[in-house]
Design a binder for this molecule. Structure first.
Ligand SMILES: Nc1ncnc2c1ncn2[C@@H]1O[C@H](COP(=O)(O)OP(=O)(O)OP(=O)(O)O)[C@@H](O)[C@H]1O
Ligand SMILES: [Mg+2]
Length: 428
């Protein structure tokens, strides 16, 4: 077999045919790891061919995790051989969710191996006691990928917590780097497909970047899930970034309870008080309608180019809304700093949030309280407000949760607002 070597930066994944002392891309020193590349052409084997009908049949059977919100966002459940990546910041609840999945699948008679390179059996035991899991989950602390995979053959689900702590002893690189992460992940993917075992890989996101991030393996896996939310609040959003077996963009909402993560079906994330600068919106993330609170702080700027800051709504969206409000309503926003924030650490991508953003900004500027009114609509650069999609589903959750005052550019609104000027008239 003809083999060549390449050098891979263990920090960022840069590849070069020549050795390097310092990575020309990320600047890391001594990060080059030698990798062998197989140049020979593979021998063709007729058994590698299959009919598409056989493939469909194999992948159409869903295996439920038993966690309703999770099954919904996954498109009905898991598929044999599926490899999932579950990412998120430290402490957000990745291990908790994985253990809950393991628990409920075990209760359904499936066999689960929980490979933990991070926590001792005692730590996992403590968490299991907290969330009240059965004892039928098998644990291992082995971090050698080959031993973990050979142990996994008789299981239905393999959890690897976290994928960054496993290593392949054939590589010279240290665990946690790009080289090991890629190698270990590709071995898991290979194994899962061949053995039909579902693999749930937990991936750490660290701000410091000492550990290679899960982004590097997103393309290898079938499904990518990321936890969002602030650790200081109890709400967690689980977003499907990629799914080869179902729609992507779906969002599940959970609340972190003493007993683990609890799926929420009709989420309402608003506080008790709504002083000026606050506005309520009903948005759809994935397929989930939810009620959220948008805050704005508008204060006189002390710098020549006023500050704009946005947490939870896209910064460019907010900037465009501010510019439109300045132009259409002739508001002195060019002399004011504007801060916008969605409460609860939520990140909103639905354009229907615009009207609440504009209302919160207006309310803060004129110091007028809005109260328990729900805003829904997209603000155009011309100051026109467009209705949100799936209005009926939004109205349903609003009715269920007791919201009566609704503003937007649609017939069923209690106050119809078609333009930014209408809005200013209503709030004032
Ligand atoms: N007794 C408890 N009651 C309520 N919530 C708890 C309790 N104990 C832990 N938690 C929650 O669980 C979180 C930790 O969850 P978990 O260990 O699953 O996170 P993780 O994402 O796996 O973290 P890491 O990256 O450190 O492995 C804590 O941040 C806290 O919010
Ligand atoms: Mg963990």
């Amino acid at each position: 077999m003809k083999r060549e070597v390449i050098y891979v930066c263990d920090k960022c994944g840069y590849e070069s045919p020549k050795w390097f002392g310092r990575c020309p891309v990320c600047g890391a020193w001594n990060s080059a790891v030698e990798m062998k590349v197989d140049k020979t052409r593979g021998n063709f084997s007729p058994s590698s061919l299959m009919k598409i009908s056989e493939v469909r049949l194999k992948s159409s059977r869903r295996i439920r995790t038993g966690i309703k919100v999770l099954d919904t966002i996954l498109g009905g459940g898991l598929v044999r051989g599926q490899v999932l990546l579950l990412g998120g910041e430290p402490g957000i609840g990745k291990s908790t969710l994985a253990l809950q999945v393991a628990d409920s699948m075990t209760k359904n008679g499936l066999r689960v191996l929980y490979a933990s390179g991070e926590e001792s059996a005692e730590q996992i035991g403590l968490r299991a006691a907290r969330i009240g899991t059965v004892e039928d989950i098998t644990l291992t602390n082995d971090q050698n990928i080959s031993s973990v995979l050979s142990a996994s053959e008789s299981f239905d689900l393999l959890v690897m917590d976290s994928i960054q702590t496993f290593y392949d002893p054939e590589l010279g690189a240290i665990p946690g780097g790009v080289t090991q992460l890629r190698k270990v992940s590709s071995k898991v993917v290979d194994f899962s497909k061949k053995a039909g075992v579902i693999s749930l890989l937990i991936g750490h996101i660290t701000k410091s970047g000492d550990i290679a991030g899960p982004k590097i393996i997103e393309h290898m896996v079938d499904t990518v899930l990321y936890f969002e939310g602030e650790k200081t609040t109890d709400y967690r959003l689980l977003r499907v970034y990629k799914n080869r077996f179902g729609p992507s963009g779906e969002v599940g909402i959970f609340e972190m309870k003493e007993t683990g993560l609890l799926g929420i079906e009709d989420p309402v994330f608003i506080g008790e008080d709504l002083p000026f600068g606050n506005a309520i919106a009903c948005v759809i993330e994935g397929t989930h309608p939810m009620v959220i609170q948008v805050q704005a702080l508008v204060s006189r700027s002390k710098v020549p180019s006023p500050r704009r800051n946005s947490i939870g709504v896209d910064y460019l969206r907010v900037s465009a809304i501010i510019a439109t409000m300045s132009k259409i309503l002739k508001l002195p926003l060019d002399f004011h700093d504007v801060y916008v924030k969605v409460l609860g650490g939520l990140r909103v991508t639905d354009p229907a949030v615009d009207l609440a953003v504009a209302s919160a900004i207006f309310s803060s500027l004129v110091e007028m309280e809005i109260g328990k009114v729900v805003f829904m609509g997209e603000v155009g650069l011309d100051g026109m407000i467009r209705p949100p999609y799936s209005l009926e589903r939004r109205l349903e959750i609003l009715k269920k949760s007791g919201f009566e005052e609704i503003m937007g550019p649609f017939e069923s609104a209690s106050r119809k607002v078609r333009t930014l000027s209408d809005l200013a008239g209503v709030i004032r």
